[in-house]
Design a protein around this ligand. Structure first.
Ligand SMILES: [Mg+2]
Length: 124
């Protein structure tokens, strides 16, 4: 199964690769990375949405925000679970995110144990 991580901070890729090293090594999870909303849409278009169990996106990014990205993803079938990730937790973001059908809200720094549990739930 694939998880697409979208964040304009490049360090996030190394952090996720380290935290998921066992799952990556065993082939259980294939992590895909995008550094902007635009790039995320291109990746989903090129790879197809099959096997993608979760899109985990930062909210604050130059260009398309995570919320805008979620709106674009939700507008096209098949529906993909999208979780928002942010260090700037606020009520307005949470409300907008849940109105758009957000599958979860992840605060930074990321609790990877909780995230792995969520991924397993989404994968069924
Ligand atoms: Mg950011």
């Amino acid at each position: 199964m694939k998880v697409l991580v979208v964040d304009d901070e490049k360090d996030v890729e190394m952090l996720f690769r380290m935290q998921f090293r066992r799952e990556i090594a065993s082939g259980e999870i294939n992590l895909l990375f995008a550094f902007s909303g635009e790039e995320a849409l291109t990746i989903l278009h090129d790879h197809g949405k099959t096997d993608v169990v979760l899109v985990l996106s930062d909210i604050n990014m130059p260009g398309m925000t995570g919320l805008e990205l979620m709106e674009r993803i939700k507008a096209e079938p098949p529906p993909l679970p999208v979780c928002m990730m942010t260090a700037y937790d606020n009520e307005e973001y949470r409300e907008r995110a849940s109105a758009l059908g957000c599958a979860g809200y992840v605060s930074k720094p990321v609790d990877f144990t909780a995230l792995k549990t969520r991924i397993c739930e989404l994968a069924g």
